[in-house]
Design a protein around this ligand. Sequence first.
Ligand code: PGA
Length: 255
Amino acid sequence: MNKKIIAGNWKMNPTSQKEAREIYQGIKKNTSILRKTQAIVFPPVIYLSDLTKIGTGKNLILGSQDLFWEESGAYTGEISYAMLKNIGVEYVLIGHSERRAMGDTGEILKAKMQVALKNGFKVIFCIGEKVRDTHGKYLSILEGQLSEVLEKIPPKYISQLVIAYEPVWAIGKDAQGVETPDGFFQNTIFIRKILSKLVNKKRALEIPVLYGGSVNVKNAESFLVEGHADGLLVGRDSLSAKSFSEILKIAEKVK
Ligand code: PGA
């Protein structure tokens, strides 16, 4: 049985190491009881080394919100894949809508994806449309986002790949709407169809598809049960150890 993946993207929060430690420790103490759930926390990269010292484990992994595709060199402000690897980071987020909005094009995302997979990272690759139309035109946006980065990815990397479907209009405190578990489920069918064309027909089902976009304690269960999500990518509610731990417990109870 595959574990449910519950990932927390802290984005550019919190503002102090002390707070980061408190949140992480609060989450960590609730992960030892997990059997069917994998918790992954994506803090700002500046806190990664320190949090690694507090400890990870089988049920709790730390990841980076981004990575750069060169090993080292004259790339001011960037964090290379090798630096992350050397402090023991195993997971990276690629393609988050906020990074796309800050200039990560398909070409850039492909370079990040290739270097991440080649270097053994597990990748949560985020896709999602900015606007939902009623005629299904948004599906071609999802198809484009998948194909520009995953086309010709060798099947040997399938086990390192996780997709997070995050409709941009449903993300954050200014979200314009809410996705329904059924809407998510319909979209995962489409995503899997595209993955089977792009990556591998038989093995596309092995790729977990997570839901993200205003996930909270109240709606987590419905996305996991009615939406059949393989996991969740949580933004705001991952900054509260209490809420995030509650979501972990919900995932643990789901059959
Ligand atoms: P949110 O963020 O849960 O705060 O909507 C989700 C995300 O951007 O990954």
